[in-house]
Design a protein around this ligand. Structure first.
Ligand code: PAF
Length: 326
């Protein structure tokens, strides 16, 4: 009998070993968001997914479902809670229906500017809300961002609150927003995001409100003539993982996911900054008439009486604590 040469014997041993070793499990996670892959949500989600793939040596990766391909935000949040979807990068629009404590961040004119909102959400108040989300079966990994919302409509320029009065405005399915917007005299019409473009096109509603990155990405210049930089409410967003995935992760992988989400959030916010800086010129080029100098005080005055109700619902001290963040 011929004996195997040492090199051939080694190769054989390696092949048998590789065959016997358990294959590394690979999980491809479905991540959903409402706007295009090159929008702020897509940019943030891509950085998150790349970092997760890198940090787990490819054991976890993502399949992207942009443009609400998995449904509206309420549906996606529900699917993530059930574990039929793995990840969602969503605004807080419908989130208060699942985690009522989050609703406080949706109060109109609560945040002064981007720094205020980002400091609050990255600080103890925001981190405590992420924990509340975990407790409701919605592990929030990091606060990403949608941005300050502005009004668009097909009827007239809005300079002050009374100009907005009487307009039928699509809103998110968010009671806090609707209560605030009623004080401007608007007729809020809640509607899931996937229906909005057609509703604007067909005139079912006169207008809508969203941050510049959304107005750009959704190509609303095609169906809306007027844009007013009302900045009437900050729209936070959050990256949520399904409890089915989260509960299986080792502590080391949980750290990778959390840090990846923080990097994704930073990238998403940078994209919001870029769109705020360059998007208005683009929207003008696309034919929108833009009111840049809005009478913000007229809106703040109009909404002031609603703060009594907000204080009753959320606690005057909690609202004051957010307002006090520097
Ligand atoms: O208007 C909305 O519903 C949201 O702002 C959107 C566009 C889905 C992004 O979070």
């Amino acid at each position: 009998t011929r004996r195997l040469r040492p090199v051939a014997a080694l190769a054989c041993a390696w092949a048998v070993g590789a065959w016997l070793a358990p294959a590394q499990a690979q999980t491809v996670m479905k991540i959903g968001y409402s706007t295009a892959k090159d929008s702020h949500y897509g940019v943030g989600s891509t950085v998150f997914c790349d970092e997760v793939a890198k940090g787990t040596g490819g054991r976890y990766s993502c399949q992207h479902f942009p443009n609400a391909a998995l449904g509206g935000e309420r549906e996606m949040i529900e699917a993530v809670q059930l574990g039929t979807q793995d990840l969602v990068n969503s605004s807080t629009g419908p989130l208060g229906n699942f985690v009522p404590e989050v609703k406080v961040v949706d109060i109109p004119f609560l945040f002064r500017d981007y720094d205020h909102a980002r400091h609050t959400l990255d600080g103890p108040i925001g981190q405590d809300l992420l924990k509340k989300m975990h407790a409701k079966g919605l592990p929030g990994l990091a606060w990403t961002e949608n941005g300050f919302r502005h009004m668009t409509n097909s009827k007239r320029p809005i300079v002050k609150a009374t100009d907005a009065a009487g307009l039928k405005l699509r809103t998110m399915e968010n009671k806090v927003h609707m209560e605030g917007y009623k004080t401007f005299g608007l007729l809020p019409t809640p509607m899931a995001w996937p229906e909005v473009f057609t509703a604007l096109q067909q005139g079912t509603v006169d207008g809508q409100e969203n941050p510049i990155p959304v107005i750009l990405s959704a190509k609303f210049a095609q169906v809306q003539k007027h844009l007013s930089l009302t900045g009437h409410v900050y729209s936070p967003a959050v990256l949520i993982v399904s409890p089915a995935i989260w509960s299986k992760l080792s502590d080391a992988d949980k750290k990778v996911f959390t840090e990846a989400a923080q990097k994704g959030a930073a990238a998403q916010r940078r994209k919001v900054n870029d769109d705020e800086a360059n998007g208005i010129a683009q929207l003008k080029k696309d034919g929108m008439q833009v009111v840049e100098k809005v009478d913000g005080d007229s809106f703040r005055k109009a909404v002031a009486p609603a703060f009594a109700n907000f204080a009753k619902e959320f606690g005057a001290d909690r609202i004051a604590a957010i307002q006090a963040v520097r």
